[in-house]
Write a protein that binds this ligand. Structure first.
Ligand SMILES: O=P(O)(O)OC[C@H]1O[C@](O)(CO)[C@@H](O)[C@@H]1O
Length: 430
């Protein structure tokens, strides 16, 4: 990715070039720590080794039985769905098997989706590192029942991606299902470039090697200076801006196919960096659409935000026909891409004019290589930010309380968290 920090230098909050130069000494030390963690295959840092450890042939072999699939349904949640969804939404073409993701337990949505799918021509990919995630297992049981009710042998249309033990591993063993292993030491939000994120891309026929190569080239680009490493430039600048009050980072891609990337980034950034009262809230936005909604807040609201503007430099365009519509003749003969680019640059300038920090991130195109590179570099940026902030980047203890409370409410065990639910104060207004 190409990173331009210029629109963050004189902003409020802002970070000066001199500050970044002072910070660069810390980058060198953090990079050494990161490289040592990679060399030692430490938990979390191992994710940055995926370009050299991911077994693409194993992925291709696991999905080979499903070459006839018209649709692929992923049953997973969080990092077990978002990486694959990012690739699918960015790369899928009109002739590729349609990718669907059940990453919530909204009964109306689940029923509507299952009623619409050709279950006898759909492959189901059940993904869970732990094999215990309630939403994923509940959805799998519902999907399996729907397949059975439709007269489909679910064992012929299902493969599993999970850890070396747990419910899903037992299921795969018992029913001899094709399976993929979730790599050790790679937290879910960092698993897009592993079996977890690449199996759907394989079924859709995307170039896995190009994705891996983009990530590998990004890995080779990591250095001890933010001025030589786009990933570290992004991680260091977002960290410095957070320290100066930019506690929200609006991730605003100017490409519909990158909307899910913003959702993937939100989990990566929030679950990795939201620790010890620290962190930077990722706001999911989309350009140009959110110029007509959230931009008002970004420009005229509290001075507590930065905006990350992402766009591809190359894309397929579409002309705007000539028009005699009053006042709109300037659009005629232009193109939608010209308009989108103009709006990107105008939005960036409007943020600068109002003193809101912005970081421009550009990728060459929305293709396999650039996606592999972008996701790797955002992961590396996140790891660097976590080193600078001295937080535990690769754990997520705060999500466990709610899981126990929900499980207790459903009779899945005696959890004091469930008791706390009844102690809630309410003030009902109807
Ligand atoms: O892959 P699993 O174990 O089902 O976890 C799914 C998601 O839930 C979390 O563990 C949080 O509860 C995420 O970190 C993870 O991506």
């Amino acid at each position: 990715m190409h990173v331009d920090l210029g629109s963050s230098l004189d902003a409020t909050p802002g970070v000066s070039r001199e500050s970044l130069e002072r910070l660069d000494d810390q980058i060198a030390a953090a990079h050494e720590r990161i490289e040592a963690g990679r060399d030692a295959h430490e938990h979390g840092y191992e994710a940055l080794n995926l370009p050299s450890t991911v077994d693409l042939d194993a992925i291709r072999a696991a999905v080979a039985p499903f070459e006839d699939a018209e649709a692929v349904l992923t049953v997973g949640i969080g990092g077990s769905a978002l990486g694959a969804a990012t690739f699918a939404d960015a790369l899928a073409g009109p002739d590729d098997p349609e990718a669907y993701f059940l990453d919530n337990v909204d009964p109306a949505h689940v029923s509507r989706l299952l009623d619409s799918l050709p279950l006898d021509r759909t492959v189901v990919n059940v993904v869970s590192r732990s094999g215990t995630t309630a939403e994923t297992l509940a959805n799998f049981l519902v999907v399996r029942e729907a397949m059975t009710d439709a007269g489909v042998d679910w064992t012929e249309r299902t493969f599993v991606t999970t850890g070396e033990s747990g419910n899903l591993r037992s299921l795969a063993t018992t029913h001899d299902l094709p399976s993929l292993s979730v790599p050790d030491g790679v937290p879910g939000r960092f698993s897009a470039l592993s079996t977890v994120g690449l199996a759907v891309a394989a079924i859709q026929g995307h170039d896995l090697e190009a994705i891996r190569t983009g990530a590998a080239d990004a890995a080779d680009g990591l250095s001890g200076s933010l001025f030589e490493t786009p990933a570290y430039a992004y991680g260091a600048t977002t960290y410095a801006l957070a320290g100066r009050g930019a506690l929200t980072n609006a991730m605003m891609p100017y490409a519909e196919r990158l909307e899910t990337f913003a959702e993937w980034f939100a989990q990566l950034w929030a679950e990795s960096l939201g620790k010890d009262g620290l962190g930077q809230t990722p706001a999911r936005a989309l350009g140009a659409t959110d110029q007509h909604s959230q931009l008002q807040l970004y420009r005229a609201g509290p001075r507590d935000k930065l905006v990350t503007l992402v766009r591809p430099r190359n894309y397929s365009d579409r002309p705007i026909p000539e028009t005699d519509l009053d006042g709109l003749s300037y659009l005629g003969g232009s193109s939608l891409g010209d308009l989108l680019d103009a709006e990107f640059e105008a939005t960036e300038a409007s943020l600068v004019e109002s003193g809101v920090p912005a970081i421009r991130v550009e990728i060459d195109a929305v293709d396999e290589y650039s996606l592999g590179s972008l996701l790797y570099e955002m992961e590396a940026a996140c790891v660097l930010y976590g080193e600078l902030a001295a937080v535990s980047t690769f754990t997520q203890p705060a999500v466990e309380w709610g899981k126990k409370a929900a499980r207790g409410l459903l009779g899945g065990g005696d959890f004091e968290e469930a008791e706390a639910v009844d102690e809630r104060t309410s003030l009902v207004v109807e």
